[in-house]
Design a protein around this ligand. Structure first.
Ligand SMILES: Nc1ncnc2c1ncn2[C@@H]1O[C@H](COP(=O)(O)OP(=O)(O)OP(=O)(O)O)[C@@H](O)[C@H]1O
Ligand SMILES: [Mg+2]
Length: 242
């Protein structure tokens, strides 16, 4: 259903030892949205993504997914609720082939429509099909990113978490990846929560966005509003595309 809250993060605090990395974060992602989280290095963006999966664990606050409190659930149970992620740095299996990496992404429940799902990700990323038997570690950075997203999609997620999908990639590949995300959202209604340093690209893609500074959400709005916001422009878009 459009407009229903799928992910509800309320007052989340996350620590590394005694150091607080998230100071009480509120973020919501509704069914069918693409929500972007932008912010400088060290703001806590990846920490929030990882906290959704319970590693590290939130020390305060609640995370609710599809009406279920997942704050204290073990990570594998969170994944079983059909939240999938492409983490920062991609973390594909370097010694496994493209196909084997995709197999790792499919849960047991999904094996019955495995062939169909593989075809879908190959339609989305034809490059991966050409490299089906190549080892993950020998793929280019852009191809590894595609594989990381494709592997996450094999879980048939209700919510896809992407941490810096454009990091280190050439503009043409970034465009292909952002186009693929837009396509998944438009045609399959996939809900996406993405973290990006590429604020311009992310806010153009996103329905709504949040700005994080030092473990706090300082601003939120539609992608358009944030793109037009003078503070956002000065801090994150200056020198970029306009
Ligand atoms: N495992 C860890 N142990 C201790 N501190 C950590 C750990 N991981 C992250 N931090 C600290 O937590 C803060 C937030 O880091 P985080 O990786 O969430 O930032 P980020 O917004 O994702 O940054 P970037 O854009 O550089 O990826 C930083 O100060 C970082 O040094
Ligand atoms: Mg990060």
């Amino acid at each position: 259903m459009a407009g229903t809250t799928l992910l509800d993060i309320k007052g989340v605090q996350t620590y590394y030892g005694n150091i607080r990395a998230l100071n009480g974060v509120d973020v919501t992602v509704k069914q069918g949205e693409i929500v972007a989280l932008i912010g400088a290095n060290g703001a806590g963006k990846s920490t929030l993504m990882m906290t959704i999966f319970g590693a590290p664990r939130a020390r305060a606050g609640t995370i609710t997914f599809a009406g279920t409190d997942i704050t204290q659930l073990p990570t594998h149970e969170i994944a079983r609720m059909r939240i999938a992620q492409s983490p920062e740095g991609r973390r594909i299996f370097p010694r496994m082939t493209v196909m084997e990496n995709l197999q790792m992404g499919a849960s047991l429940d999904n094996l019955k429509h495995y062939d169909e799902d593989v075809e879908k990700v190959f339609t989305l990323f034809p490059r991966l099909k050409e490299r089906i038997a190549q080892r993950g570690g020998t793929l280019s950075g852009g191809e590894q990113q595609m594989l990381s997203i494709a592997r996450a999609l094999m879980a048939r997620p209700k919510l896809l978490l992407l941490d810096e999908p454009s990091l280190g990639l050439a503009p043409l590949i970034v465009k292909q990846i952002f186009d693929a995300i837009r396509e998944l959202n438009r045609t399959q209604g996939l809900t996406v929560f993405l973290v990006e340093q590429n604020a311009f690209g992310a806010l153009k893609l996103a329905t709504r966005g949040y700005v994080m500074v030092n473990g706090n959400v300082t601003m939120s709005g539609t992608g358009k509003e944030l793109l037009a916001n003078p503070e956002v422009r000065a801090a994150y878009l200056e020198g970029g595309h306009h």
